[in-house]
Ligand binder design. Structure first.
Ligand SMILES: NC(=O)c1ccc[n+]([C@@H]2O[C@H](COP(=O)([O-])OP(=O)(O)OC[C@H]3O[C@@H](n4cnc5c(N)ncnc54)[C@H](OP(=O)(O)O)[C@@H]3O)[C@@H](O)[C@H]2O)c1
Length: 269
């Protein structure tokens, strides 16, 4: 029997990308999965693929930037399956742009989806997670720890996810809830390198590449999903992929100019 068997998992951004793969892995491990995203058609496709295999999933159309919809999502999960054992905050998006050309409105938009939606979902699911002694997984990014060039409002919207996760870990840990922050580099996908062509049109070539040109191979999403579930099961605090990035973060804390120099060496111009 797997650790996740019969557990109830809510996955935001569960209709595509990493969230969808996490939903599939959880369902394959015997969890009852609640997928959340805005597009009804994509949600039906993702949940349908799971139920066709005889596993358990429902899709709940939700815009995670809207309080009322987030509350309704958690209420539906509990009404359907009785509890919430795992919340994965995966809904999010990246950005491209120069810092000075990125408007306050754009920062607000990215903060709302990449950070405040995580706050909303944690607050709505929190009491259930405390009751179940459950697991919380916040999907950050390497950009939760370091702000590379050309990433527009993305790093500023992902840094607070790291701060919030640490505070949650300290406050919820003693109440039996494990809190995992995940900081992945670029995730492999068919459209990697084309997704941000529009935003990156007037920027150096590196900007349209995954991670704005970071010299890292894309992580296969299935492999990343397995590592995330194992890390959450083990009650780990952070999963940084690749792990060697932690060295860059440590050096940058000790010496920002040295950190900048190393970061530039690791990213194409
Ligand atoms: N891709 C990468 O290389 C990479 C690297 C590091 C970290 N990450 C992080 O990993 C997470 C997943 O990224 P991804 O690239 O795999 O995602 P993706 O394929 O772009 O899918 C995003 C998911 O979030 C949903 N979503 C977007 N806005 C939403 C909203 N307002 N309310 C509810 N759902 C919403 C989308 O569905 P709808 O549009 O239908 O709502 C979709 O299900 C993100 O947090 C991202 O920052 C990604």
């Amino acid at each position: 029997m797997t650790f996740w068997k019969d557990k109830v998992a809510v996955v935001t951004g569960g209709s595509a990308g990493l969230g969808r793969v996490l939903g599939e892995r959880l369902a394959a491990a015997g969890a009852r999965v609640v997928l959340a995203a805005r597009s009804v058609a994509e949600l039906e496709r993702a949940a349908g693929d799971i139920t066709q295999r005889g596993q358990t999933a429902i899709g709940v159309p939700t815009d995670v930037t809207v309080d009322r919809e987030v509350n309704a999502l958690m209420e539906r999960a509990v009404a359907e399956f009785g509890t919430i054992d795992l919340l994965v905050n995966s809904a999010g998006r990246s950005d491209r742009g120069l810092a000075l050309e990125t408007t306050p409105e754009r920062f607000q938009e990215l903060l709302d989806l990449n950070f405040l939606a995580t706050v909303r979902c944690c607050r709505a699911a929190g009491p259930h997670l405390i009751r179940s002694g459950g697991h919380l997984v916040n999907i950050g990014s390497l950009a939760s720890k370091t702000a590379a060039r050309f990433l527009g409002a993305y790093p500023a919207s992902k840094f607070p996810v790291a701060a919030y996760s640490q505070q949650l870990r300290l406050e919820l840990g003693p109440q039996g809830v494990s809190v995992l922050l995940v900081c992945p580099g670029p995730i492999a996908r068919d459209d990697a390198g084309r997704r941000y062509d529009k935003e990156a049109a007037n920027l150096p070539g590196a900007a349209s590449r995954p991670g704005a040109g970071v010299k890292l191979k894309g992580i296969p999403p299935a492999q990343l999903a397995e590592r995330i579930l194992r890390a959450s099961e083990q009650g780990r605090a952070e999963l940084i992929v690749p792990a060697k990035a932690r060295l860059l973060f440590a050096i940058a804390q000790l010496s920002p100019p040295l950190g900048d120099w190393l970061l530039k060496r690791q990213t194409a111009s």
